[in-house]
Ligand binder design. Sequence first.
Ligand code: F0G
Length: 398
Amino acid sequence: MIRCVSCGAEYDDDEVIYTCEKCGSVLELVSDIDVSKDIFDGRKDTLWKFKECIPVDESKIVSLDEGGTPFCKCDKLGSELGVNLYVKVEGSNPTGSFKDRGMTVGMTKAMELGVSTVGCASTGNTSASLAAYAARAGLRCIVFLPSGKVALGKLAQAMFHGAEVMSINGNFDEALEAMTALALEKHLYLLNSINPYRLEGQKTIGYEILRDLGWQAPDRIILPVGNAGNISAIWKGVSEFYNAGFVKDLPMMTGIQAEGACPVTNAFRKGDRRVVPVENPETIATAIRIGAPVSDIKALNAIYDSNGYSETVTDEEILDAQKLLARTEGIGVEPASAASIAGLKKLVDQGVIDKGETITCVVTGHLLKDPNTAIDACTKPTEVDADIDTLRKILMNK
Ligand code: F0G
């Protein structure tokens, strides 16, 4: 069953519907977990090991073996900050971001519904993922990207997998509005995170974090927030496993935004449950350059219901954190993902996070998604001839 998160109106699973027909709010799938967690043991470690908890037709699955991502204990960075730190590395998914979890489920639903065309607006990663899964499913794929504001790796992926890519003169919020209007006219099946099936895939990040910690909840999950789907999905996942009795506690959901694109943090600071859109959002973390997040209600509910928090970080703090994670722990992430690490650092400094807390930072996309920003942050390699004497001299001088 699909249910409206605001007025509780109910819809059939097979209705192609993105927002509530009665009140216009966002929708979610209602699923009861009536299995034992032991059934997951011994299965291949992909998202579909949790198939009993994902309400789609198993015979229609479109998968690239997404999920089962690394859960790295980061002792060096953790001890520097005085916390017990784990990093969930979502850049290890097939197309290099967590979007693959949402897309495998969304595309499976698309096959169940028998649609022929899928579409999304994207800051980059959603389009890269959709293009790959549409290719695998054999469906036509249309994507709208904000012109000039999509990192190179993501653009290459969307084009190379054969999507019909349109560069929209406008920002992500405007591109999404146009794409949604076309979906409502039934030209295509919308696979942005307003589609509740997307979040049914992404909630497995929450499942896996609990499982990775030996069926315990961390004190806190920290992640970047853009369109606000992922924080909502992870909260849904951990809540489902908590309600099923698989763990005894729930984590505090902590959403980090870029200072130039922070409608959710603004709402949190005022204690509001809806955002006031930010006009002309701007940040180097183009993945989260979003002013009017569609899942704001769900995200703010997640933060308040979990006794969580929301904070902003500057572009400079994001780039510093990106480098810190890469150089102290060997984990390469794109700028938006580094917002979680930057946020962790800031909240430790502010005393919001207590020393000794067990923290999971979700890093959402791979370093190579945005190669230009990575290269710009480094000094150019020295050009030298392959002459041993010269090379030896250089090495000894360092
Ligand atoms: N991190 C990365 C790397 C992302 O690509 C996104 C969103 C987020 C974090 C934020 O997640 O939107 O669920 O709050 N990217 C979308 C896209 C908007 O089009 O690829 P969110």
